[in-house]
Design a protein around this ligand. Structure first.
Ligand code: DON
Length: 617
């Protein structure tokens, strides 16, 4: 019950207080921060916007949201406050998204100014605002967006970041409109230098966006959306494009905390934005966001308690963007050769012997994480160290991202290996973002298993073994070949021949399993289709092979469906036939058991080796 309620809680991302003895350490942590840092009472309320001077200075809320949409809260996390300057990165994002970085770049720079947020100045070299985080740049961004969209669209876009519809606090808006002469001066300066059009329209829009109401939970989700490349973790909707997010977070990192930005970046190390109402948002890209609200401000206009929360979380949990000496997980998850792993295709004795001898010349490499410079560099080293290589399978199913440079570099490595007659096969790209473009340029198998099978075939062919048998006489079938003539004849008397056309179902998953199938013509596929959308090949058995060993040994239900891949001839021994053989011809019965045992032992050995190879080191 408790487990269930936890799961629901994560799904709803509405952390209620933990029930009974099961406490949540994250909530405890935030409660503790709230309790201790709530005792800080330095700083003061802003007085230049009268409505903001009129709030309870003891208010203090904290929320943390992850990129997968869990939200943890403490204190006054549901008390509303106006965004003020925290709106600046959002409008800047909107301007970049709608007008593009180039057009925006002609009006707003990306350099830290080192000045206070409300400085009445433009960058001397360019004549445009230094960046979009100071008021001059933010008013310019509001003006740019005003030329392209009504304010309702801005509010909608903000709602896209928060994941719910937002509103303007009219009282705060009016309060700033009545007193915001300094911002009007900035707007007129911008007008004088031709950065914006109508200064009144620009400040009106700017005051309105500053007065948008949020709470800490909203703000944490705004941050999680930025951390998540612009996609809201709960709604799944894209608020802006990932390139926009990169630029916005970069400018937040260098300019978000105004004249305290350098100290903030070196101590806390998170792109952040503060607002004069006491809100603060810090974003750790790809991971999480921290949002706080506490109205007492330091000399730079940043919330004293909010900044302290961010600083402590960053220090204690190593959230700083710069992580000296830290290494990423290896991009190579595993690398095993074909002496250790095999496809699900049942091979003849001759083929098995060839693979045992030559298997070390074919390697299956599983890559993970980013497919970029390091992945290709390590792969390159691995194939060079492998010595003589005939075949290479690259399983990319766990690659999270393919970067364009990595794509090119991998293409070059694959081309050079193929030039050197190495059979290179890619697999697992179906679920990888942008995997289709790699499949288009380098080819790709639908599964690693099929790629491994193809490489086995390459090795077998290069070993000079002819095309595999598609037909065998029953008497010469390997399953019976080692029996004496008398025993063989006794067994054959209990075998019932059956014929299937290509595509026919030979046995169905879930049906009773008590037959052993001896294949004398064609090819059958054993498919686990318990997940109909992702059928998985359990084995491919050619003429000369058998299947159903587990069924005849244990009875029960079939765990896989068996399909005729080509026209197929099989000879079936059922449990009744086996019992009759035991009765009438114990020696033949013992010989059959011995064959079954050998087959099962070979399978067990292969699986054992595979597990050991894949879990090693
Ligand atoms: O323009 C102003 O002065 C306010 N509407 C916003 C300034 C602000 O939030 C500065 N941040 N700490």
């Amino acid at each position: 019950m408790q487990v269930e309620s936890r799961i629901e809680r994560i799904e709803e991302t509405q952390p209620e207080r933990a029930a009974g003895s099961f406490r949540c350490p994250i909530e405890d942590l935030l409660d503790d921060l709230h309790e201790r840092l709530g005792r800080l009472d330095d700083g003061g309320l802003p007085t230049y916007i009268p409505e903001l001077a009129d709030v309870d200075p003891s208010l203090f809320g904290i929320a943390v949201a992850t990129v997968d949409g869990a939200v943890y809260e403490a204190g006054d996390s549901r008390v509303g406050f106006t965004l003020q300057s925290v709106s600046k990165p959002l409008t800047y994002a909107l301007a970049l998204d709608v007008l593009g970085a180039e057009a925006v770049g002609t009006r707003i720079g990306v350099e830290p100014s080192g000045d206070a947020f409300n400085s009445i100045a433009l960058a001397p070299e360019t004549g445009i605002p230094s960046n979009a985080m100071v008021n001059a740049g933010a008013i310019a961004a509001s003006s740019l967006v005003a030329g392209a969209a009504p304010f309702a669209a801005v509010l909608d876009a903000y709602g896209g970041f928060a994941g719910r519809g937002l509103e303007v606090d009219e009282a705060v808006f009016e309060s700033e409109r009545a007193t915001g002469h300094r911002n009007r001066a900035i707007a007129h300066l911008l007008r004088t230098f031709g950065v914006i059009g109508d200064p009144d329209v620009a400040v009106e829009r700017y005051f309105r966006q500053c007065a948008v109401l949020v709470d800490c939970r909203d703000l944490a989700l705004v941050g999680a959306t930025l951390a998540n490349g612009g996609v809201h973790p709960l709604t799944g909707a894209a608020a802006v494009r990932p390139e926009v997010v990169r630029q916005v977070l970069s400018v937040m990192a260098s300019c978000g905390m105004y004249d305290g930005a350098g100290a903030w970046m070196s101590a806390v190390g998170l792109p952040a934005k503060s607002g004069v109402s006491g809100g603060i948002l810090a974003v750790l890209p790809g991971r999480l966001a921290v949002a706080c609200y506490s109205p007492l401000l330091d000399g730079h206009g940043n919330s004293v308690r909010g900044a302290a929360v961010c600083r402590e979380l960053s220090e204690r949990f190593g959230l700083h963007l710069v992580r000296p000496g830290e290494r990423q997980a290896s991009p190579i998850r595993s690398a095993v050769d074909l002496t250790a792993v095999r496809s699900k295709r049942v091979r003849t004795l001759e083929e098995r012997e060839a693979l045992a001898e030559l298997g070390s010349r074919a390697v299956v490499v599983e890559l993970q994480g980013d497919l970029g410079f390091e992945a290709v560099e390590q792969l390159n080293r691995l194939v060079r160290a492998a010595g003589r290589l005939e075949a290479l399978v690259l399983d990319l199913g766990r690659v999270a991202r393919i970067d364009p440079g990595g794509h090119v570099l991998l293409g070059e490595l694959v081309a050079s290996l193929r030039d050197a007659a190495v059979d290179v096969r890619l697999a697992g790209l179906g679920t990888v973002p942008d995997g289709a473009s790699l499949t288009a340029s380098l080819g790709g198998a639908s599964s690693t298993d099929l790629a491994v099978e193809a490489c086995e075939t390459t090795l077998v062919e290069r070993a000079g073994i002819g095309t595999p048998v598609t037909e065998t006489e029953l008497a010469e079938h390997p399953f019976l070949a080692r029996l004496t003539e008398l025993d063989r004849a006794a067994v054959i008397r209990h075998l019932v021949p059956r014929r299937y056309a290509a595509g026919a179902t030979i046995a169905r998953q879930g049906a009773r399993a008590d037959d052993l199938f001896v294949v004398t013509r064609g090819l059958v596929n054993v498919v686990d289709d318990s997940e109909p959308d992702a059928p998985r090949r359990a084995a491919t058995v050619p003429a000369g092979g058998v299947f159903g060993e587990i069924g005849i040994a244990l009875g029960g239900r079939r765990t896989a469906t068996v399909l005729a891949d080509t026209d197929v001839d099989v000879h079936v021994l059922d449990r009744r036939g086996l019992a009759a053989l035991r009765q009438g011809h114990p020696r033949a019965y013992a010989a059959v058991l011995e064959e079954l045992l050998t087959g099962l032992a070979l399978t067990a050995t292969r699986l054992d080796r595979e597990v050991a190879a894949l879990t090693a080191g």
